[in-house]
Design a protein around this ligand. Structure first.
Ligand code: SF4
Length: 256
């Protein structure tokens, strides 16, 4: 592990919960649109906010976001990480890179962190590295396209719509290639997985193995909230969440 990676682990609460009481993350909601359709998404919640449930953030322009961060920085010395986590897909919105560039120029010492569904991660890995991104969270809910097609409705990539198995296959291939590309550059990867009872609870071990092989450092299991097309499925119980996390911890480090 490089010195820079060790430094990120000593500062970033998503990768090291022990520092949560000392250091803060500061979210900048500049990404409105999304390039895939998750069947559990009603766009009521921030899709990539780890601390669900939360109301959807008000989207800011890059200028507003920068100003907000600037003010917050003046008031708090605890901010160590700037996160780009929604409310839509950060990499599908050009505002994300515009804001990252501006933030990195003015605050090179802050860790820049992006959460993504992974569809564009491979394509953007180099650009993200250039604007200071050293930590990325990728949401991977399935590593089997036959299951993935039950979770994702469509994917829009390179001006082309994909549906069914081809959408799930494309998304999975891009997610894994994206994790590998980001890792090659020394970007630390956390994988978020939504635990959807009745769909992927038996599949999470496979997800853990595959994402670890691709280069993920840690994994966070997110409880499912019934809504949208998957509203008929039960919510994840605390017991199930605890049990699954315990099982997965033998495969890959678990983030609380
Ligand atoms: Fe919703 Fe996020 Fe999925 Fe897009 S990636 S559909 S915003 S949950």
């Amino acid at each position: 592990m490089s010195l820079e990676e060790k430094w990120i682990l000593s500062q970033h609460p998503c990768f090291n919960s022990a520092v949560e009481r000392w250091f803060d993350r500061y979210p900048l909601a500049v990404a409105a649109g999304c390039n895939i359709r998750c069947h559990y998404c009603s766009r009521v919640y921030d899709c990539m906010n780890d601390n669900l449930p939360g109301r959807v953030s008000k989207t800011l322009s890059p200028r507003e976001a920068f100003k907000k961060l600037h003010n917050a920085q003046r008031q708090s010395e605890r901010i160590r990480v700037v996160c780009f986590n929604g409310p839509g897909e950060p990499l599908a919105n050009k505002e994300t890179l515009d804001t990252l560039e501006r933030v990195h120029n003015h605050f090179p010492q802050l860790i820049k962190c992006v959460s993504t569904n992974g569809l564009l991660l491979e394509d953007y890995a180099e650009k993200l590295y250039a604007v200071g991104v050293r930590a990325v969270t990728v949401t991977v809910n399935a590593v089997d396209p036959a299951l993935g097609r039950k979770i994702y409705g469509w994917v829009f990539y390179n001006n082309q719509p994909y549906q069914g198995i081809s959408a799930a296959e494309l998304l999975l291939n891009k997610q894994l290639a994206g994790i590998r590309e980001a890792r090659k550059r020394g970007i630390l990867i956390k994988v978020n997985t939504v635990l959807i009872p009745g769909l992927n609870e038996e599949h999470l071990k496979q997800v853990a193995v595959v994402v670890k092989q691709a280069g993920a450092y840690t994994m966070k299991v997110i409880p499912f909230i019934p809504q949208a097309e998957l509203a008929q499925l039960p919510a994840t119980s605390g017991k199930m969440l605890h049990q699954v996390k315990r099982e997965l911890s033998t495969i890959i480090r678990q983030t609380i």
